[in-house]
Structure formats: structure tokens, C-alpha cells
Design a binder for this molecule. Structure first.
Ligand code: FRU
Length: 497
């Protein structure tokens, strides 16, 4: 059933499904006193298949309680065997929660993707709208559109807007575009135009678009399928002209520079924070690309990032940092002495739980090292390595020798904003995930790694020179999962697991 068992690889403070496969977060919102999280879900197995919308709620973005599946692929417009109910978003209007998703169906050989709606008054049981699909086809006059999905609905002034991702000219070779629609009532939608064209630059298919205001700017977010560089979530900050369907880009960047941060979705919470959550994987993980066995033996596959808060930096770029709620689950410090790190490896004990938050402050006036390397999840000659290069002002994440699993490995590097008086890095390790954040969210990276051993170490090393640090390490409290969710009996699962 849907009780999580604490197995060697299952994350402790990152969301995983009770059983089976998950990918994108969907319908992330706040409704009647609870945060709601929906997700692309296969409750029947650990591989991607016909999609359902899984559902969980939380008061603190950290302890999640499972609710019954919200959307089943059970209508002629959303029952494609290799589709089902695809990704989408949620919006609250009055006392009602509306969710928008892509229904997938097949007409002969043709895959049809259309935008659909369902609603709920209690936030648990969803009714599909009798007038579905609310957007049946992509705009006929915009050329061939073979993929058309992932509606994100927002309110701006007294109108509702929907952004939808698409491709023209084919998935791998075509060009990604984002369409904009407008509505007065969430039911009747009119096409406004193309909000973004990739023009061969980012991707052939924009997945999971999102559009939101931040300070006096607007942000357009989307994920790159079959990307020119890698599958990632990217953003553009700029100005939004709804009337003329024009987004003027001022700056662009990646929401996370690691390998596993995809299909990110945001929400505005009652505290006024712009929160974001993403799938901590990317599509290269699919079984038809690679063998990625290990977590399947534990009956789960796929996790979501710990929620992060987005803010706008003085340089016009986004800052992305785990929400403050994280601090409330971290308990006693693992105390370390002041350490003098040299080019010889210094091993320090890492919490046996395999889940921890490590913070390192460096006084740069005292630093004499060129590079500081942090070897996380180290065992034998393996480690997932974070390197800070103080000369190039860059950070990198290297999982090429992180485990023995045959997956697309990789190393990625990005710049941070130059040296100030101090440098801070926060590293979050949660069983099979490694994330880090530089200078409170100036930049950050996420990846997964699947080591064979439960016992892993942590080491530090410089390239040359000495770096004096005092690391602080805290672990999530023992009240974190495993947990037995309480699902109201009347809504118990319709499927057998
Ligand atoms: C993104 C995505 C979406 C789609 C969903 C299917 O990861 O491909 O475009 O709606 O996953 O599960």
C-alpha cells in the first residue's frame, strides 16, 4: 500500500511517491489552509506509462500527507496508453480549486494533445469538466504543431491566462514555442499568440512553461526537451505585455545548473513567497535509454526537489534557495573542529543517516587555496564531487565517478558572481540526491547518484594552498518519513497497488 518504507536509497526530506514512478510536479498551489502538490504518477509500476495525477498535502512544505489519486486517465480525451493525464497547473477561484492538464488520446496513428480542466471544492475529489477539452487543438494558423501541452494558468488583472508549450517541425528537429491564451471565466479560452519562439536556440520543444511576476518584472520559465545543451529548466526575466502578447527578454539563466532539475513549477504562497518545485531527474533516465535499476528494487522511482524560494537579485538574475522550513526539521549539529584543508584529503564523518545539510563559510581574506573540493557520498574510490574554483569564480558538480550505475554521467560547471568577503556553500545530501547552493542561492546544482553502499563518507581537499574552515552539519529529524498517510476511507485508491 502507500506507506513509504525507509529503504537505503529513498530520500528522507525530498518527496517521493508511496509506490511507483513519478515525474513532473503538477498543480502546485495553496488551497483552504494546505499546500497541495500533484505529480505525474504511474501507481502500477516503476516505469513511465499512462499518467495519473498523484496528490499530497502539507502544512509546512516538508511533511506531506498522501491523498487519493486526483486524476485518472478515464475519458476518451485522456486515455492514450502512452499518455494519459499529462502535466498542468492549479488555480484557486472563489472556493473552488481548478486544475488544468493535457489530455492525450490517439486518433488512428495521430497523437492528440488537448487542454482539459477539472475542479474540486474540498481539494480531494476532482470532477472533470463536462465541456472538456477547453482547448481542443493548437492554433490552426501557426503551422504544424505536433506537441501541445502542459498548461499553466495564472490570473493577471481581471483576466486569466494560459501558457502552453509546443513544438513546430517535429520533436527533435523542430523549434520550441510557447502559446498564450486568455479567458474571463476559466472555461472559454481565446488564442492570443506566440509568446516565445526558440529560433533554434534553446530547444525543439518547450515543456512545462510557467509565467509569473517577480518584483517589477515578469519571469517566463520552461524546460528544454531535446535541448541544444542539456535538458534543463531555463528562465527569462523581462517585461510582459499581455495585450500584445509580447515578452521582452532582459536576462536569461538556468534555474539550477545541475543535471537533474526538470519541469519546475512555481506558486505564490500566502506569505507572498514565489516557491518552486521540480522533478529531480531528467528524461535521459527513461528505461529505453538506460538501465537505471536500483530504486526499482525499492518499489519507487523519481523524487521532487525540496521546495525553493525564488527572488530577484540586483543583477536581474534569479536567486533560488531552499525554503526556510528546512531549518525546522534539522536537528543537532554534528560538531567539527576548525579544519585546515590542504591538498591532502581530510576525511570527516558524515551523518550515518545519509541525509544531511552541510554549511561551509569561508573567510576569503584568510583563504590561500585555489580550489576547494568537497567529496560527498564517498566510498572506495567513488565520490560525487563539488569543486569551488576561487580563481575562476566557478563551481562544478561531478558525478562521473559517483557510483557504478550505467547512466549518462556528467560534470557541469557554472560561474558565481565573483569574490566578496566571505563565501558560503550549503550542501544538501539526501540518500541518492546531492544539491548545493552558493551564497544563498546565487547559483546552485542538483543531481542524483545511486551508490551501492549505505555507509558513505565526506572528504575535503584543496587543489593547492590551505583553506581554513569550520563546517556545520545538521540532519533531518527522525520524525521525517517513513510515514503512514491517513487517506480518508471514502476516497481510498481505486487502483490496486
Ligand atoms: C515533462 C513532460 C511533460 C509531460 C509529462 C508527461 O517532463 O514530458 O511535457 O506533460 O512530462 O509525463
Amino acid at each position: 500500500m502507500n506507506t513509504r518504507k525507509m529503504t537505503p536509497l529513498r530520500p528522507v526530506f525530498h518527496f517521493t511517491a508511496p509506490y511507483g514512478w513519478i515525474n513532473d510536479p503538477n498543480g502546485f498551489c495553496y488551497f483552504k489552509g494546505m499546500y497541495h502538490l500533484f505529480y505525474q504518477y504511474n501507481p502500477h509500476g516503476c516505469e513511465w506509462s499512462k499518467m495519473y495525477w498523484g496528490h499530497a498535502v502539507s502544512k509546512d512544505l516538508t511533511h506531506w500527507e498522501d491523498l487519493p489519486i486526483a486524476l485518472y486517465p478515464d475519458q476518451e480525451y485522456d486515455t492514450d496508453e502512452v499518455g494519459g493525464c499529462f502535466s498542468g497547473s492549479a488555480i484557486v477561484r472563489g472556493d473552488r480549486l481548478y486544475v488544468f492538464y493535457t489530455g492525450t488520446s490517439r486518433h488512428g496513428n495521430m497523437l492528440v494533445q488537448s487542454q482539459c480542466m477539472a475542479y474540486s471544492d474540498d481539494g480531494i475529489k476532482f470532477e472533470k469538466y463536462s465541456g472538456n477539452p477547453v482547448v481542443r487543438h493548437p492554433p490552426a494558423h501557426e503551422g504544424e504543431v505536433s506537441n501541445f501541452r502542459d498548461p499553466k494558468v495564472i490570473q493577471a488583472g481581471d483576466k486569466y491566462y494560459m501558457v502552453v508549450g509546443s513544438t513546430t517541425g517535429g520533436l527533435k528537429v523542430g523549434d520550441g514555442r510557447i502559446f498564450l491564451y486568455v479567458s474571463d471565466d476559466l472555461m472559454q479560452w481565446q488564442y492570443k499568440g506566440i509568446l516565445l519562439k526558440c529560433n533554434g536556440e534553446w530547444t525543439s520543444m518547450c515543456e512545462c512553461p510557467d509565467l509569473f511576476p517577480l518584483g517589477n518584472k515578469w519571469v517566463l520559465l520552461f524546460s528544454l526537451m531535446h535541448a541544444v545543451n542539456a535538458e534543463k529548466t531555463v528562465y527569462a526575466v523581462g517585461h510582459m505585455d499581455f495585450e500584445n502578447c509580447r515578452f521582452t527578454i532582459e536576462t536569461t539563466g538556468e534555474l539550477d545548473y545541475g543535471m537533474d532539475y526538470y519541469a519546475a513549477q512555481t506558486m505564490l504562497d500566502p506569505k507572498g513567497r514565489r516557491l518552486v518545485i521540480a522533478w529531480q531527474n531528467s528524461w535521459e533516465w527513461l528505461p529505453w535509454f538506460n538501465d537505471f535499476g536500483r530504486t526499482e528494487q525499492e518499489n519507487w522511482r523519481g523524487s521532487l526537489s525540496y521546495p525553493r524560494e525564488i527572488s530577484l537579485g540586483d543583477d536581474g538574475k534569479l536567486r533560488v534557495y531552499p525554503v526556510e522550513e528546512l531549518q525546522t526539521i534539522l536537528y543537532p549539529e554534528h560538531t567539527y573542529r576548525d579544519l585546515k584543508i590542504t591538498s591532502e584529503r581530510t576525511e570527516i564523518a558524515s551523518p550515518a543517516s545519509g541525509a544531511y545539510c552541510l554549511k561551509i563559510h569561508i573567510d576569503l581574506s584568510e583563504n590561500r587555496a585555489d580550489v576547494l573540493k568537497i567529496g560527498t557520498k564517498a566510498y572506495g574510490d567513488k565520490a560525487t564531487i563539488i569543486s569551488i574554483d576561487f580563481e575562476k569564480c566557478s563551481v562544478s558538480l561531478d558525478r562521473r565517478n559517483g557510483d557504478e550505475v550505467f547512466i549518462p554521467k556528467g560534470k557541469t560547471t557554472c560561474l558565481f558572481n565573483g569574490l566578496k568577503e566571505t563565501f558560503e556553500i550549503m550542501v544538501l545530501v539526501d540518500k541518492c540526491t546531492v544539491e548545493f547552493f552558493v551564497n544563498k542561492g546565487e547559483t546552485g546544482m542538483t543531481c542524483t547518484v545511486f551508490p551501492a553502499l549505505e555507509e558513505q563518507k565526506l572528504w575535503l581537499q584543496t587543489g593547492k594552498g590551505v583553506c581554513c574552515i569550520r563546517p556545520h552539519c545538521r540532519q533531518p529529524s527522525r520524525t521525517m518519513p517513513p510515514r503512514s498517510p491517513s487517506v480518508p476511507a471514502r476516497y481510498s485508491m481505486r487502483t490496486t497497488m
